[in-house]
Write a protein that binds this ligand. Structure first.
Ligand code: GLU
Length: 497
């Protein structure tokens, strides 16, 4: 049987990284089995679902390269089918009409159930459960509003073998007669999910561990309908440092996938990072391409313990200790240049640093430069911030670099413009020629080569560290090197240090 899985987000906000990981695992599972990955938007909560959220989910999935194999299913469009199933269950005697007037809203249902549980310690003691068919039909025909509840058997238990957590069992007595359709005619979540999964031919349901309780209820619906349930795999949660739930409310933008896109993460890297947040491949390899992820993905490799998303909660913008940032840097350094260039182009375009020449007469220079500076970068943003001096004359001087490399060596204020004069005379502006000339100059002036190079780095690029200085000089080219070494801008920046 062809594997068919689905990602079923509720469109009530941006795409949470936990949901993105669920989507990824579904996708990897489908691909690893030669199956299909489907998308169902669970938009039955009219008040909370928004168009904007659907857009952000689709954008996020596209960014990660997880596009569905079939047209998107919108759950709200299947309402009639959900109702049909509920009435079928009613007809079969597997469900019953509940005429309790209070139970109009889900909140009320919860209250009523809780109250009953307190009073009678039996979650299924609904007075309408055993109403005769005739009476139930007559009351419905007279226009009395009713909810439809599943008649959970009195004794026994549900059980299923979860691909991650193993055997799961639940006594029927612990499950209330769940509402399938509210008295306002609105079919509820568990019924809708089961109907849609059946309709879509879903073979494996892979979703968050927070749905475990729902799964027991859904299995009861499958059984009542006489249909074999799909196989289930529940995923561990992703928690915040300290083990708290990673929630939209408390962690704001940190949980949104687009935050990482906008912060300059490469989708390839973030996908790789997400894949390892709760799953390990065999062997110790951590950098895995999409093909490798697909090849090594298995439900058995999913951890049972919850994963921690390691950011600094007091300083959410500081990602440098994070594995995600490490992985992004690895990808930036190692991905084929032709794959990286379009991302850099987009970053520079957004920062208004892009020039058409980078694709024509300056193409070679541009590619060489990107290749040089990517060595020490962590995100795509670094190309327009730390790397700004390569693409613009308007760049900032890092106060730390100015302090360390210029302020502490005031002699450089006259030496660097002098060096500029010398370099201006060079016909050959290559590595070797530059090295020889600068070494000679340093010796003559009795200053260390390192001091000159560090000072030059700050004056030329505004930063403290970067690629080999000889490569930097060569990349910037004679004209810019000479002009910047003569410029007073960096020295003026000393006043602000
Ligand atoms: N719509 C549910 C959610 O957003 C997922 C339902 C499911 O995967 O079965 O959590």
């Amino acid at each position: 049987m062809t594997v068919r899985v689905r990602f079923a987000p509720s469109p009530t906000g941006y795409l949470h990284i936990g949901s993105a990981r669920t989507a990824l695992y579904n996708f990897l599972y489908a691909r690893s089995k030669g199956g299909k990955f489907l998308l169902r938007i669970e938009d039955t909560d009219q008040e909370r679902s928004t168009e904007e959220s659907v857009k952000s989910i689709l954008e996020g999935l596209k960014w990660l390269g997880l596009e569905p194999d079939e047209p998107i299913v919108f759950q709200s469009k299947n309402k009639e089918k959900h109702l049909e199933a509920a009435f079928k269950l009613l007809e079969m005697g597997k469900a019953y009409r509940d005429f309790t007037p209070k139970e109009k809203t889900t909140e009320n249902i919860k209250e009523v159930v809780a109250e009953r549980a307190r009073e009678q310690k039996d979650l299924r003691s609904n007075p309408y459960r055993d109403l005769s068919k005739e009476e139930s039909d007559a009351r419905a025909a007279s226009g009395e509003p009713f909810a439809i509840r599943l008649k959970v058997p009195r004794t026994g238990k549900t059980s299923f073998e979860d691909a991650v957590y193993g055997l799961q069992e639940r006594e029927f007595s612990e499950i209330e007669d769940l509402v399938l359709v509210r008295s306002d005619g609105h079919p509820l979540y568990n019924l809708a999910v089961v109907c849609d999964d059946i309709e879509m031919g879903i073979t494996n349901v892979i979703r968050g561990q927070d749905h475990l309780t729902n799964t027991h209820k859904q299995i009861l619906i499958y059984e009542a309908l006489g249909i074999k349930p799909p196989r289930f795999a529940h995923l561990p949660l992703i928690l915040a440092p300290g083990g708290k739930k990673l929630s939209k409310r408390h962690h704001g933008e940190i949980v949104s996938l687009t935050t990482y896109r906008d912060a300059g993460f490469l989708p390839e890297a973030f996908r790789n990072f997400l894949a390892l947040l709760g799953w390990s491949p065999k062997g110790n390899k951590e950098i895995l391409s999409m093909e490798e992820l697909i090849e090594s993905f298995s439900l058995e490799g999913i951890h049972r313990s919850n994963a921690i998303f390691n950011f600094d909660p007091n300083n959410p913008k500081r990602w440098t200790d994070d594995k995600a940032i490490w992985m992004n840097a690895e990808y930036l350094r190692k991905m084929p240049l032709e794959k990286l260039i379009p991302y850099v182009k987009e970053e520079l375009r957004q920062a208004k640093l892009w020039r058409e020449e980078y694709e024509s007469e300056e193409k070679e220079w541009f590619e060489k430069t990107v290749n040089l500076i990517r060595e020490r970068f962590f995100t795509l943003k670094d190309f327009s911030t730390q790397g700004r001096a390569y693409f613009s004359e308007d760049f900032d001087f890092d106060p730390k670099a100015v302090e360390k490399n210029l302020k502490k060596h005031p002699e450089l204020e006259t030496l660097l413009p002098e060096l500029a004069e010398r370099l201006e005379q060079l016909v050959d502006f290559s590595h070797q020629a530059l090295e020889d000339e600068i070494k000679k100059f340093a010796q003559e002036k009795g200053v260390s080569f390192g001091v000159i190079m560090n000072g030059a780095r700050t004056v030329l690029t505004g930063v403290q560290v970067g690629p080999s200085m000889l490569a930097v000089l060569e990349t910037l080219g004679k004209k810019r090197v000479v002009a910047r070494l003569k410029s007073r801008l960096a020295w003026q920046a000393i006043q602000q240090v």
